[in-house]
Design a protein around this ligand. Structure first.
Ligand code: NAD
Ligand code: SER
Length: 314
């Protein structure tokens, strides 16, 4: 077994819940410490209450468990951040600084910090958006992610901090609820389809966005973190692509299982956020550098989501 000890900060969230399970299978329960602002309903392995903004508290947990790797997932996502921009900036940036500094000071060896397709903006080429392109995000979330990327690269270049990052698209899974993003509709729609047979989308029918099924996101995350350092040639953040679809297309994939499923549309403030993001992503660098490729497309994701949510609802 690896001697690494991992701390996940923000482990109660959509990604953390599933990432903790996957990392514990690899590293063992005792080598993966979960942490969040509050205790989760069920606790499997070690768990600590942590506020990422409390630098001393974070450092003491790192020392207590001899942590070598931190996965920093605590952040405000796009929709929530727009409602509280100042706090979103403080949380998303200061949280990152606290962990990058811990690595700079030699307390930890490796950092994972997720970025987002939100780093792109309305002036970015929106189809097959390349790794390197115009980036003028106009949401506070995107601005904080873009600044975060620049700081990750800076800490790598100036202080040799081994920080790795992925620009996740919208993530979809059945094990955990999404936490305040613009892409959350693509999770809610499955639950509502199974419970009520209908769904009102807060994005319009033609809003195509890049998305990814959670097993692919976990695979990308862990493969990037386990890649030899020389293969990780980009230290800002990697584009990764899974699939792209709009609300009408996901509804069609659900109708293969629930033929009477109905969708209608009532766009809200999240429409403007979605309209500023790419429709699809070019992930050539991630494929070339560390062998990324996704396993799921829209229909195979829908088949798996429906199967597993039905089991959970029994
Ligand atoms: P989430 O909102 O579901 O979970 C975030 C967790 O962080 C929550 O459990 C929350 O309680 C915790 N948290 C908030 N403030 C904290 C603090 N001060 N100290 C400690 N914990 C705190 O988010 P998620 O979807 O799991 O996203 C995790 C990361 O991945 C974020 O950086 C997000 O920007 C990024 N990301 C997510 C997606 C997606 O579709 N889910 C896409 C792109 C990027
Ligand atoms: N899924 C995320 C959001 O909508 C993208 O970073 O905020």
């Amino acid at each position: 077994m690896s001697k690494d000890s991992i701390l996940i900060i923000g482990s109660n969230g959509q990604i953390g819940t599933e990432l903790a399970e996957s990392l514990r299978l690899i590293y063992g329960d005792d080598h993966v410490v979960c942490s969040d602002l509050k205790q989760p309903e069920t606790i499997k392995g070690p768990f600590e209450i942590i506020d990422i903004l409390d630098k001393d508290g974070v450092y003491s947990i790192i020392k207590k468990y001899s942590i070598t790797q931190v996965y920093l997932l605590a952040a405000l996502l796009s929709a929530t951040a727009e409602k509280n921009p100042k706090f979103a900036w403080d949380l998303n940036m200061q949280g990152l600084f606290n962990i990058l500094d811990a690595a700079k000071e030699g307390l930890i060896k490796k950092v994972y910090w997720p970025s987002s397709i939100a780093v792109f903006g309305p002036t970015t080429p929106s189809v097959l958006t390349p790794q390197y392109t115009i980036m003028e995000p106009n949401t506070i979330y995107g601005i904080s992610k873009q600044a975060g990327e620049r700081f990750c690269e800076y800490y790598f270049q100036k202080y040799n901090v081994d920080v790795r990052s992925i620009r996740y698209p919208g993530l979809i899974g059945y094990k955990s609820a999404p936490g305040g993003g613009t892409t959350d509709y693509a999770v809610h729609i499955y639950h509502e389809a199974l419970k009520n047979g209908k769904y009102t989308s807060f994005l319009s029918e033609q809003t195509t966005l890049p998305m990814m099924y959670m097993p692919d996101a976990l695979k990308a995350t862990i493969n990037l973190m386990e890649a030899p350092a020389e293969k990780v040639k980009i230290r800002s953040s990697y584009n990764v692509a899974g699939m792209s679809f709009n609300p009408l297309e996901i509804a069609e994939s659900i109708k293969k299982h629930i033929p009477n499923f109905e969708i209608d549309f009532n766009p809200d403030f999240r429409q403007a956020i979605a309209d500023s993001w790419p429709k699809s992503i070019n992930d050539a660098e991630a494929r070339q550098h560390w062998g990324w490729s996704p396993d799921y497309d829209l229909q195979s994701m829908t088949d798996d989501m429906i199967l597993n949510l039905r089991k959970r609802m029994q």
